[in-house]
Design a protein around this ligand. Structure first.
Ligand code: IPM
Ligand code: MG
Length: 398
């Protein structure tokens, strides 16, 4: 298969994680006999610096013409002035709207090996496998009117939460379709006790539920859902919700997986190119250090293979390699490990053959240092001298 992927590395850690994800994607494609081409473009703060806007018409056109779009992250302190007219996030929102990707799929799976990386109690985390589907091109993010003015001598700000029935229908229908290949359970999240838009949401979801009796539907208020996510996350299967509720709930859900750096996402619409991005942000505090976790972006390429290119076997190969790397003990710093972005990606590449390689080196070093701690100080000093003379410094990704 030939495919053309537009890569938008963006800001902060975006370029670091997309570089590794492209490496994995390209390798998997080549080994399966596909020819993928990649073109990079500016989007976000870097585009503001170069062109004065976060997303140029040319870049949007290039994305529309691609088989799929892979994105890193946008934003950073440099462009954070709240009164600024031009903001990096406008690029991301413009891209989502421009591509018509109305459904954002955010799977949250808890790997047994990462249970300790989460602040939640282990018994709450076992068996968690949730697919959050966030409506992405409507709601509070896009509703009009929106803006600032003065009213009765005060400054006023307005955002509008607006949905039309068809916008709710298409995303909830997708949730039902995807639920049928899972545990056949949809939780529709709204705030129908207060918001009119949520009452419409619930009405449409109920209609779709009646037409799909093979799927269990329940409705949950967003405040209850926020609580359920941490009290009984394993009871949730597919969760479908409005744009901003989904934004908030998925950051909360990322804690279940041990780190935000682990979570991928796929934004898909009515058949055009999909947009694939990790759910984490640009993490300016660690940008440029080469220590960001590339897993969320690498898993986003697996979603790209599955949803945009219809290559499920290749997608599974990437996912299996990530699982193996984690099972074998490979960890970036957000997960309590020491691997760099590149080393973590190397560890995943190494396991694309489907074989486990427990990280023995790290364990040996641990045992050695435990032994050394017990040894007599004089012997320890002698050994240290010998080590530094030989320049031995072993650090391996797998
Ligand atoms: C996300 C992000 C974005 C959003 C920001 C960067 C605009 O938080 O993808 O979840 O709110 O959608
Ligand atoms: Mg968010």
């Amino acid at each position: 298969m030939n495919a053309h992927i537009v890569v938008l590395p963006g800001d902060g850690i975006g370029p670091e994680v997309t570089a590794e994800a492209v490496r994995v994607l390209d390798l998997v494609a080549r080994e399966a006999g596909h020819a993928f081409s990649f073109t990079e473009h500016l989007m976000g703060g870097c585009s503001i610096d170069a062109h004065g806007v976060a997303l140029t018409d040319e870049v949007l056109a290039a994305c529309k013409g691609a088989s799929a779009v892979l994105l890193g992250a946008v934003g950073g302190p440099k462009w954070d002035d709240p009164s600024a007219k031009v903001r990096p996030e406008q690029g991301l929102l413009g891209l989502r709207k421009g591509l018509g990707v109305f459904a954002n799929l955010r799977p949250v799976r808890v790997l047994e090996e990462l249970i300790d990386a989460s602040p939640l109690k282990p018994d709450r985390l076992r068996g968690v496998d949730i697919l959050v589907i966030r409506e992405l091109t409507g709601g509070l993010y896009f509703g009009q009117p929106k803006g600032r003015d003065r009213k009765d001598g005060h400054e006023r700000a307005v955002d509008t939460l607006e949905y039309q029935d068809f916008e709710v229908r298409r995303v909830v229908e997708l949730a039902f379709r995807l639920a049928k290949a899972r545990r056949a359970k949809v939780t529709s999240v709204d705030k129908a006790n207060v918001l009119e838009s949520s009452r419409l949401w619930r009405q449409v979801a109920t209609e779709i539920g009646k037409a799909n009796p093979d799927v269990a539907l329940d409705h949950m208020l967003v405040d209850t859902a926020a609580m359920r996510l941490v009290t009984s996350p394993a009871s949730l299967d597919v969760v479908v919700t409005e744009n901003m509720f989904g934004d908030i709930l998925t950051d909360e859900a990322s804690v279940l997986a041990g780190s935000m750096g682990m979570l991928p996402s796929a934004s898909i619409g009515a058949g055009g190119p999909g947009l694939y991005e990790p759910i984490h942000g640009s993490a300016p505090d660690i940008a440029g250090k080469g220590i960001a976790n590339p897993v969320g972006t690498i898993l986003s390429t697996a979603m790209l293979l599955r949803h945009s290119l219809d290559l499920p076997a290749e997608a599974r190969r990437v996912e299996a390699a990530v699982d193996l790397a984690i099972r074998d003990g490979c960890r970036t710093r957000d997960l309590g490990g020491t691997l760099s972005t590149r080393e973590m990606a190397d560890a995943i590449v190494l396991r694309l053959d489907g074989k486990s390689r427990p990280v023995r080196v790290a364990r040996r070093v641990e045992r050695k240092s435990a032994k050394a701690a017990k040894a007599k100080p004089k012997a320890r000093a002698k050994r240290a001298k010998k080590r530094s003379a030989s320049g031995a410094r072993r650090r391996r990704a797998g």
